[in-house]
Design a binder for this molecule. Structure first.
Ligand SMILES: *Cc1c(COP(=O)(O)O)cnc(C)c1O
Length: 484
């Protein structure tokens, strides 16, 4: 493809764009249990109108766009109050959970550089269930992630084991409220106490739960305290593009005070252009996500969020109850919010995910990892609630169908052939061989069936898996040829 020699009419382009969507997941259908946090058309419309209104504003420079500064401070104030922050709490609006986490880790790293310069190889201690974004931050920022096993029954962080992992190089502790994979809240009170006792920062990853858990608590659910009420909590990430139902590109990182937050900022006045003083990773950025988030928060309001939370809570009871009745399926741990991991000893879950796909549902497979078995993940959003009974009917039928499916022979072959492979030694030839074994015709197209591919990946060590996926995605993002 090249830039067209002459401009094309907008209507024609929009029609073309619509055709590009043909294979996208139908995210408004209520049948998608991940990626989508849908509170219905009215909330979406309010967010969208404000988003478009501010699409062209540049939040790069608050002195040029005072509206951006005001909106950001107001969104942060609402998030801080929601998480029991006092007047000392400050924060910033970021593009998502990953950026919030990245900045929390950067803050800890740069604070350590300032106050503990003897630390040469900084480490952060995470439960193994902490989101992959921490590993990404570790990778980008040169901080080592030390992942500690969790309780094998509850899947919650093991505070004593995390204490054992502390070394003189430790700069940060991490807990999740709740974890993405299992939907359980770590014992943040224990981690807070540990952080205080050992003089360590504690980041609470409430990306997915920070907005919803306070409403679950108000509905009388057993929600452990995880926010600024605990004195050892020094920062919290909370995504607005999840259970605040804002458009994608909306998260907040909160710090207990300004002194800590200072280490988050980047300043450069040492080049011939404009002075750059950025609180976030992004520099130039659209005002759309911020205005959209501000608007949806005030459009739904406290009573709107509480009503949605009640629907979710009731829906979760139905869902967890229903899954428990399906022979061969079991929910791991005791989910405390709206996320659940479903495991099985008898049913091929990757096949089940595919069968559910054929029945019009999207359910996310999670690969096995160490002692953690492969699971199916369900994140429930308000638009899913009316469809839960139908989901359970299909899940029971799908489980019956998947029960008879034998494990993939290719996966077993691959396991035996490549289990001891050094991931760095996977050449392009070996990669092509492996993808051919998996029945993938071309790595420049998305494969039609993912069940066997997931089974194969599940059979491989994590490092080999990561390497294969890297190669695959590196191929996937190949631009069309110039004459295409
Ligand atoms: C979604 C999520 C993240 C990452 O957020 P993105 O917005 O996808 O970057 C981090 N932690 C938890 C617990 C999450 O659910």
């Amino acid at each position: 493809m090249k830039i067209p020699p002459r401009g094309i009419a907008k209507q024609q382009l929009l029609a073309t764009l619509a055709t590009y969507r043909a294979k996208d997941v139908a995210w408004r259908s209520g049948r998608v249990f991940g990626y989508v946090y849908d509170a219905g058309r009215e909330a979406e419309q309010a967010c969208k109108e404000a988003y478009l209104e501010f699409l062209g504003e540049n939040a790069l420079d608050p002195t040029v766009y005072p509206s951006m500064l005001r909106l950001e401070n107001e969104v942060v104030a609402m998030a801080a109050a929601h998480l029991s922050g006092d007047e000392q709490v400050v924060g910033n609006f970021t593009s998502g959970g990953t950026e919030s986490i990245m900045l929390a880790v950067k803050t800890a790293r740069d604070r350590a550089r300032a106050v503990q310069p003897e630390i040469a190889r900084p480490q952060m201690i995470l439960p193994v269930t902490a989101h992959a974004a921490f590993h990404k931050a570790a990778h980008y920022l040169g901080v080592q992630a030390v992942a500690v096993p969790v309780d094998p029954e509850t899947f919650k962080a093991d505070v004593a084991a995390m204490e054992q992992a502390i070394t003189p190089q430790t700069i940060l502790l991490v807990g999740s409220a709740p974890s993405y994979a299992h939907g359980v809240v770590d014992p943040i009170d224990g981690l807070s106490e540990l952080g205080r006792r050992r003089g360590l920062l504690l980041h609470v990853d409430a990306c997915i739960g920070g907005f919803l858990l306070p409403y679950f608590a108000r509905l009388g659910e057993q929600v452990p305290v995880f926010d600024f009420r605990l004195p050892g909590v020094t920062s919290i990430s909370v995504d607005l593009h999840k259970y605040a139902y804002a458009a994608k590109g909306a998260s907040v990182l909160l710090h207990r005070n300004k002194q800590l937050r200072e280490h988050q900022l980047f300043a450069c006045a040492d080049w011939p252009g404009y002075a750059v003083i950025n609180p976030t990773v992004q520099s130039s950025k659209s005002g759309g996500p911020l205005a959209g988030a501000w608007t949806v928060m005030r459009f739904l309001g406290d009573d709107g969020y509480l009503a949605l939370a009640r629907e979710l809570r009731d829906g979760m009871r139905l869902l967890l109850d229903g899954i428990a009745r399906i022979e061969g399926l079991r929910v791991l741990g005791e989910p405390q919010m709206t996320l659940a991991a479903v495991a099985s000893d008898t049913i091929n879950l990757f096949r089940l995910a595919e069968i559910m796909g054929q029945r019009g549902w999207y359910i996310q497979p999670q690969l096995g990892c160490g002692p953690h078995p492969a699971t199916l993940h369900l994140s429930v959003s308000p638009s899913n609630v009316p469809h839960l009974a139908a989901l359970l009917t299909d899940l029971a039928a799908g489980a019956e169908q998947a029960r008879g499916v034998a494990p993939s022979e290719v996966a077993e072959m691959v396991r035996q052939a490549f289990a001891h492979l050094d991931p760095t030694s996977i050449s392009d030839e070996v990669f092509t061989q492996m993808t051919a074994m998996a029945g993938v015709q071309s790595t420049r197209e998305l494969p039609a069936s993912l069940a066997e591919i997931n089974e194969i990946l599940d059979a491989l060590p994590a490092a080999v898996r990561a390497r294969l996926l890297t190669k695959f995605v590196n191929d996937l993002f190949t631009p069309p040829r110039q004459d295409e």
